[in-house]
Design a protein around this ligand. Structure first.
Ligand code: SF4
Length: 76
């Protein structure tokens, strides 16, 4: 299933990139390879190709919000 609308609630804090110690994260917490980022970092592809089989888009966003909050507490 491919989703047509994607409004993933990311504020670009960079915490998930820091947990992976990503070398492509810039000093101002931006992804320097965003257009060609790996599958793991592409939330829409991850949902469409993996998580849509087991949860709704809203469920995915809700779980992501919990994970983002925890990452921010740990890495920012
Ligand atoms: S931790 Fe969440 S809000 Fe922060 S950059 Fe990653 S996906 Fe976006």
């Amino acid at each position: 299933m491919e989703t047509t609308e994607w409004n993933f609630p990311c504020d670009e804090c960079g915490a998930c990139c820091k947990v992976l110690d990503c070398p492509d994260l810039t000093a101002d917490n931006k992804c320097s390879i965003y257009a060609t980022r790996p599958f793991l970092c592409n939330t829409k592809k991850m949902f469409d190709e993996v998580h849509s089989k087991t949860m709704t888009k809203q469920g995915y966003f809700d779980k992501a919000a919990i994970a983002c909050k925890q990452l921010k507490e740990m890495y920012l």
